[in-house]
Structures are given as C-alpha cells and as structure tokens.
Design a protein around this ligand. Structure first.
Ligand code: FEO
Length: 410
C-alpha cells in the first residue's frame, strides 16, 4: 500500500477492514477503517492505534515508517479497543513511549493492557505538548462518546484528530480522503453520526463551540474518510444534527415528601426543564387533586413520579395514583421514577415497578447503557438525603437525558 501523507511528516498508519464488521449491535455493511497516525517529528508520536485484532499488523506497518523504539509519545484519544487495542502490541515494541491521555483513561488503559508500570502523561483541556517541530493541543470531550475521551489538534498543520467524532464507517479502499472517494460520503457521515454520536448530542453542541477557537483545515478521524475539503460543511452538519428542533413538550412531576428532600429533587428537575423551554407542572400528591394530576399526566410527554422512603415504602397518596395509572392509555410517554432516601430507598424501586405496569416508556439504567453506552445517566434517580453535589449532578444528568429525548427530531 502506498504511504499516505496528510501533511509534512504526518502519515496514516491504520488498518482498512473491508469485512462486514459487527459493532455496537450493528453490522457495518461497508466495513470500516481504524485510522492511526504517525507524526514523524523530533519526538515521534503516534495518535491512536487500531482494533486489537490487528495490533501486530499495525506495528508491522508502523515499522515501515519508523523504528518503534524511537517513538516518544502514544496519544490515546479514546480507550475503546477499536482505537486503543493496538496498544497491547505497540507498548512492548515502543518501550520509551509515554502514553498521553486524560486522567480518566489512565486506569482503563493500565487495566486493559497491563500497563501499570508505564509512563503516562495526563493532559487536561487546553494543554499543549511540544513533540519537536509540531505542537499538539488537547481538548477533553467527555461523553463523545465515552467519559474519558479527548480530541487532539496539531497547531502547525491545523489538523484535528477527533477519534470517533466526524467519522464514517466505510472501508475506504479507493482513497482515504473523502474528496477522492469517488462518491459523496455525506450519507455515510450522517449515518455514522446517527448511530454513534447522536445519543450524545448535548456534548456535540459544546464541542462545536470549542471548535470555533481552532482553525481546522483537515479532520483526520479514526474511522473512515479524512476530510480536507469543505470542512465547514461537516462541522455544520454536526451542529445542525445535534440541535434541538422539537418544541412544545410538556413534563409532569408528581411527588410526596417527608422532609422536603424529594420536593427539592422535583424542583431541580423543574428548574432544568424550564431552562430548556419545556413546560413543566409539579404536584405534591398529598396536596393536589388526583383528577387534576391525572389530566396533567395525560397531557404530558414525560412523567416523573417520586417519593421519599419511610419504612421501606412510599409515603402519602402516591400509591392510589400509581394504581390508577396502570389502567390508562399512556402510550408514547416517557416515564421516570425518583426519590430521596436515607438507607435503602425502596420506595423508588416500588414506583419503578408500578410504572413498568403502565404502557409508558419507562427509563432504566440498563436501557440507557444498551441504547447509548452512557454509564453516568441512571434511572430511577436515587438521591441520598439532600440533593447536593454529586447527588445533584445525578439529577441533572437524568434531566438532560430526558430533555434530549424530548427535543430530538430523530
Ligand atoms: Fe470507534 Fe468508540 O470506538
């Protein structure tokens, strides 16, 4: 294969996988590529690797460009094994290389590849690294699409290495450059976005803003085509696809509370939704009229039900309401349980059980993980004592997830 040079001293050293690849419960009918890059500077640096299945082949190909002994840095933007997998083979052949990644990635890489005694350089948002003739700038991109991810930008060459972001799943065998693909790659680019990135669109919007500070002339992602023409079109596509486009959504929140902690959770949810222009109605089930609550639930797009826990059960009038909900047609509505608790929080689980007996789309941690891979969003929302600090973040993550479900056109 001819050597592919993106800019002076920057080479593609990845692997084209033209099989039908099983991936994230999809079959990649057009295959994919695992793009890794070598920056052959005074301190030679590799950015990302390939799927672990191709680790040896990767190191062999890389060795056509450089003696792995000379590699000084290996940048790992994302720890998922389709990009970090080659580290298993490369780390041993590049004993002097420091592994560059985010703080959250360090332990993952140590555990995954038995790298406990390796040198790591932890980088944070905005940090730069002089690799001898070129400078890399790092930006943390949590949840795009996993928590530890970052992107790398080469300042001198204006090339962005965003790993999964801006990728396509195509075995780009004719040319790795989109402008030489022989067809318009836009449909594949959007298909990839919808399958992998869209569940995390809230964080895409943050990324797009951050990119405004960078002069990006080329995007070299870790799957599929390298983009060097019409860059702004691809960035704009992400901006458009990740924008919230659906309005006029309604949320109803119903709670009972002992010492107002569950009430505070309800209020935090309400505040979040209202900030996102979602009309929100909140009821204390012990004070409001049941018929009025039910009417509000029937008109809502998402329903939250919460209770404090006392003697391992819900309190107040909530159970009466939940019994009635089972007999209503609430199809198409999103539902979530929540509550503050001190010991075990049984009430929250009992509410969840009741909600599962309705025909609403009841959110669960399991469902979130299966559909998005996100592990920081938990349902039901269980808040220990007062909703402060980490507990408060949990509420915000869950509210953000529901907001995105409500406001996305896809
Ligand atoms: Fe291409 Fe998240 O791996």
């Amino acid at each position: 294969m001819n050597k592919i040079e993106l800019a002076k001293d920057i080479y593609w050293v990845g692997k084209i996988d033209d099989r039908e690849v099983p991936f994230h419960r999809l079959i990649l009918a057009k295959g994919t590529t695992y793009n890794a890059y070598l920056l052959k500077t005074a301190k030679p640096t590799v950015i990302d690797t390939v799927d672990m299945e191709f680790g040896r082949e990767f190191v062999e190909y890389l060795s056509e460009f450089i003696d792995p002994n000379d590699i000084q840095y290996i940048v790992i933007n994302h720890t998922e094994p389709d990009h970090s997998g080659g580290l298993a083979a490369l780390a041993g052949r590049a004993p002097h290389a420091t592994i560059v990644c985010t703080e959250l990635a360090v332990n993952e890489l140590k555990e995954m590849y038995k790298l406990h005694s390796r040198n790591f350089l932890v980088v944070k948002d905005g940090d730069t690294l002089d690799i001898g003739g070129k400078t890399l700038k790092f930006k943390e991109t949590p949840y795009l699409h996993t928590e530890e991810t970052m992107i790398t930008y080469c300042i001198e060459d204006k090339i962005l290495f965003p790993c999964d972001i801006f990728s396509t799943h195509v075995a780009a065998s004719k040319s790795l450059f989109a402008d030489e693909a022989g067809f318009d790659v836009t449909e594949d680019f959007i298909g990839y976005y919808n399958a992998i990135i869209h569940p995390h669109r809230r964080y895409v919007r943050t990324l797009i803003q951050a990119l405004q500070d960078l002069d990006v002339q080329m995007i070299a992602p870790s799957h599929g085509y390298i983009l060097r023409a019409d860059i702004q079109k691809y960035i704009d596509l992400y901006a458009t696809l990740s924008a919230n486009t659906v309005n006029n959504k309604r949320v109803t929140i119903v709670y009972t509370t002992i010492k107002n902690n569950t009430k505070r959770v309800a209020e935090q949810l309400q505040h979040f939704f209202e900030e996102n222009q979602i009309q929100t109605t909140v009821f204390n089930a012990d004070k409001a009229d049941k018929a009025e609550i039910i009417a509000s639930i029937q008109a809502a797009d998402a329903v939250w039900i919460g209770s404090s826990t006392k003697y391992a059960d819900m309190i107040g009038n909530l159970e009466d309401l939940l019994i009635d909900l089972k007999d209503l047609n609430l199809k198409g509505k999103i539902a979530a349980a929540f509550g503050s608790y001190g010991w075990s929080g049984e009430a929250i689980e009992v509410i969840q059980d009741y909600l599962l007996q309705t025909n609403m789309n009841v959110q669960s941690t399991s469902q979130v993980i299966k559909s998005t891979g996100m592990t920081h969003v938990e349902f039901p929302v269980r808040v220990r004592f007062a909703p402060k600090n980490e507990q408060s973040k949990k509420i915000e993550h869950a509210a953000a997830f529901i907001t995105d479900l409500l406001q996305s056109a896809i």
